[in-house]
Design a protein around this ligand. Structure first.
Ligand code: NDP
Length: 275
């Protein structure tokens, strides 16, 4: 029997993970089946218990269950522990091991696929929700000269920065304060959920002065208001989160199967043009 994996979320119909992992399995000759599970809200544990009794080997987790998956695990990787959330589980007998590959997927897309160095650069991250949280440690490990966190609700950014105090050059700012900056940021990352509603964080245009990359974590939405603003300010490289999605999937696949698939073909297939 083929090994079983799945992505779990609610809703799940939009998920690209079955397509991504089935393609990876074909590319690497791995014998597995990968399905999509929609668990009822409040029903994560029962549904995962059932999947495990059916012999499942692992799960990807998407909204709104990343905190449930974190609580369900009995072993945490450092990245899951630091993020306080899990986007991937591996089942080995009684072991339920949690990982979080969102941050490393984002860093790989920026530094490898897009060829933008973060080391020694000034990086601005908008938003401090789940995705930003998972990205903090992988970003700091790239050794930027500074990593500025900005959030609509400033107190959340302050609390997050306190948690990561001593891990690197982390600075907190409100949106309004950014207007006084003399120079822009090399890399500007939109980790807010504003684009999902066609909204723009209250970001002054000067942050894009001299920027090499504007990165939008949401994907498949074309030119979001954030990317439009970056383009209007002359930013040369614009990207959305499709590469991050595929890279975190490749990390999960490698963790489960011991073989890392190439990602370029799948990223190309899933990319919605930014126009
Ligand atoms: P969360 O709900 O955890 O966090 C939302 C964040 O966005 C908060 O910081 C919130 O600020 C901020 N925000 C929301 N609306 C606005 C607005 N209008 N103006 C300014 N700030 C705003 O979301 P996630 O971290 O889970 O997801 C963030 C984004 O990342 C989404 O677009 C999601 O689709 C994408 N994502 C992409 C992935 C990929 O693989 N490409 C993986 C995971 C997420 P406040 O605290 O003030 O409310």
């Amino acid at each position: 029997m083929s090994d079983r994996y799945a992505v779990i979320g609610n809703p799940i119909g939009f998920s690209k993970s079955p397509l991504i992992h089935s393609t990876f399995a074909k590319m690497t000759g791995q014998d597995l089946v990968y399905e999509a599970i929609e668990a009822p809200l409040g029903g994560f544990n029962a549904r995962v218990d059932q999947f495990r009794t059916e012999g499942a080997k692992g799960l990807n987790i998407t909204a709104p269950f990343k905190l449930d998956a974190f609580a369900y695990a009995n072993e945490l990787s450092e990245s899951a522990d630091r993020a306080g959330a899990a986007n991937c589980l591996k089942f080995e007998g009684d072991r339920i091991i949690a990982e979080n590959f969102d941050g490393i997927g984002l860093v790989r897309d920026i530094t490898v696929n897009l060829g933008v160095k973060m080391a020694g650069r000034r990086v601005l991250m908008l938003g401090v929700g789940g995705a930003a949280r998972g990205a903090l440690l992988p970003f700091l490990r790239q050794e930027p000269s500074e990593l500025v966190l900005v959030n609509r609700t400033l107190s959340k950014a302050v609390a997050l920065a306190e948690e990561f105090a001593g891990c690197g050059p982390l600075i907190v700012s409100g949106y309004a304060e950014l207007a006084d900056l003399a120079e822009g940021y090399d890399v500007v990352v939109n980790a807010t959920s504003a684009s999902l509603r066609g909204e723009m964080p209250p970001l002054p245009g000067n942050v894009f002065r001299g920027s090499e990359l504007a990165y939008e974590l949401a994907y498949g939405k074309g030119l979001t208001p954030f990317l439009q603003a970056a383009r209007a300010e002359g930013v040369a490289k614009l990207a959305d989160g499709v590469g991050m999605l595929v890279e975190q999937a490749a990390e999960a696949f490698a963790w489960w199967r011991g073989v890392r698939p190439g990602t370029a073909q799948v990223i190309a297939e899933l990319t919605v043009p930014l126009s």
